[in-house]
Write a protein that binds this ligand. Structure first.
Ligand code: GLU
Length: 464
């Protein structure tokens, strides 16, 4: 048996529970999970909840729920525990304090007494002089004697910070351009820039896989890890940002597609979401577009992840979802449809499945397509030709066996006799029975209703 030199792979996501669960969280989680599964590694969920003002426990639950729905379960986390517990940053504040004290004691950080107004003035002055802003180090050089309230500021050592990005290759940042930054705020809470690398190091994270918006944070965080004498993660991967269709950054406020809960509500399949999210930012290098999770584990690699932002595309998602819907067997489809059709019994849903399968891109479509089964439509006003067609259809449907194929046969006879296209007969019939222009194929539309109800709706339009 060979002994591997490299430490076991450990990855994490670190969402902040400050609002609804975000699509980006699912995407980052997916790439982390794929990588962890490929390497027999461990996937941890750490909750970045040090923003006391904006965090809510219910948002944390929304994250759990959305990730579980997608099947992206974690091995360690606040609800599960694990060897590096606690997994909520709000419960780790003492650890951050100890690490800040260590930096202070070693002269790698200093107390900063500046007020927000003073810092603002420094910033404005730099702006006026058209130079990039860096903290002046005034509290390092000449700390005020009369103040007690302070933040802890990291003394940036400067030089170059190098690291490996699994997508972008070898990265170099010039730390001389980075000003000393705050690690502990005066309220005793750490900044993200401090808590995150401390946890990555203490939790023995080997690969940090996260959104591209954090690429510029990495040199800050590596300087912290180095200053504390911890071991760095072996590599980072910064995944492309997910953009709205128009190329704008996906915003929680403006783009409903940012909200993960929406997909479950609308009846997208978790399998299809995983498939779509994998392709949003990564390509397999082949024509294949439909992937199961297990296939993704086999073929995913960071070298095929794109550098540019990934535009969200409803059409593609709908197509993938439709493919997944059609791949389910009828019984499974009926079972999954049930929550979307609470007014229908299991037998009716089962009877509707073959017709829905071809006309649905998502389960909520079924609700609209079948609404006429539990809502009596307002009878439409039709022209005399349409009335004639319906009348012929009504005649032909007398004592037909009430099921789709027999109904279909009779209606095709009516169509043939009319010498016109099928829609001239089907559309007025559909309107009479459902009140809508879109419904399942007409034979199913009729057969799914009890015969007396369908015929009554037809007679009502005919005035007979
Ligand atoms: N809380 C950060 C976020 O939600 C975590 C970033 C990271 O993975 O380091 O983006």
């Amino acid at each position: 048996m060979g002994v591997s030199e490299a430490p076991a792979v450990r990855v994490r996501i670190a969402p902040s529970p400050t609002g609804f669960a975000h699509l980006g969280t699912a995407s980052t989680a997916l790439y982390n999970v794929l990588f962890a599964r490929q390497r027999n590694g461990t996937f941890a969920l750490r909750v970045d909840d040090t923003d006391v003002e904006r965090n809510r426990p219910e948002y944390e639950l929304l994250i759990y729920e959305a990730l579980r729905w997608l099947g992206l379960d974690w091995d360690e986390g606040p609800d599960k525990g694990g060897p590096y517990a606690p997994y909520r940053q709000s419960e780790r504040v003492d650890l951050y304090k100890q690490n800040a004290v260590k930096l202070l004691a070693e002269g790698k950080a200093y107390k900063c007494y500046c007020t927000p107004e003073e810092l603002d003035a420094e910033r404005r002055q730099a702006q006026a002089e058209r130079r990039p802003y860096k903290y002046s180090r005034r509290c390092l050089i000449d700390p005020p004697k009369d103040r007690t309230e302070f933040a802890v500021r990291f003394k940036v050592p400067g030089g170059k910070v190098n690291f490996t990005d699994m997508i972008r290759g070898e990265m170099t940042f010039d730390a001389d351009l980075i000003g000393d930054f705050i690690v502990m705020k005066s309220d005793g809470y750490p900044t993200y820039q401090f808590a995150s690398p401390v946890d990555d190091a203490l939790m023995k994270i080997t690969h940090v896989i996260r959104g591209e918006e954090h690429l510029s944070n990495t040199p800050y965080q590596l300087m912290i890890i180095d200053a504390l004498g911890y071991e760095r993660p072996a590599a980072y991967a910064h995944m492309p940002l997910i953009l709205a269709k128009d190329g704008a950054k996906l915003s929680k406020r403006k783009h409903p597609e940012a909200n993960l809960a929406l997909y479950r509500e609308k009846g997208y399949l978790p399998e299809a979401m995983i498939n779509y999210l994998a392709l949003l930012g990564w390509n397999p290098g082949t024509q294949q577009e439909i992937f199961t999770f297990d296939e993704l584990v086999r073929v995913f690699s960071f070298d095929r992840v794109q550098h540019a932002g990934a535009r969200f595309d409803w059409e593609k998602l709908n197509w993938i979802n439709g493919e997944w819907i059609r791949s389910l067997d009828d019984a499974e489809l009926a079972r999954r449809l049930q929550p979307f059709l609470p007014k229908l019994d299991a037998a009716t849903i089962a009877a509707a499945v073959p017709a829905l399968k071809t006309r649905m891109t998502k389960f909520s479509d079924a609700t609209a397509l079948l609404e006429y089964l539990w809502t009596d439509p307002t009878p439409p006003t039709l022209d005399s030709e349409s009335i004639e067609r319906i009348s012929a259809a009504a005649e032909a449907l007398k004592d037909v066996a009430w099921e789709p194929s027999a109904i279909h046969e009779r209606l095709m006879q009516v169509v043939e006799a009319s010498g016109q296209g099928p829609n001239k007969t089907f559309m007025p019939l559909r309107l009479a029975v459902t009140g809508k222009k879109i419904s399942p194929p007409i034979d199913y539309t009729l057969a799914l209703l009890p015969e007396e109800v369908a015929m009554e709706r037809i007679r009502r339009v005919l005035g007979t």
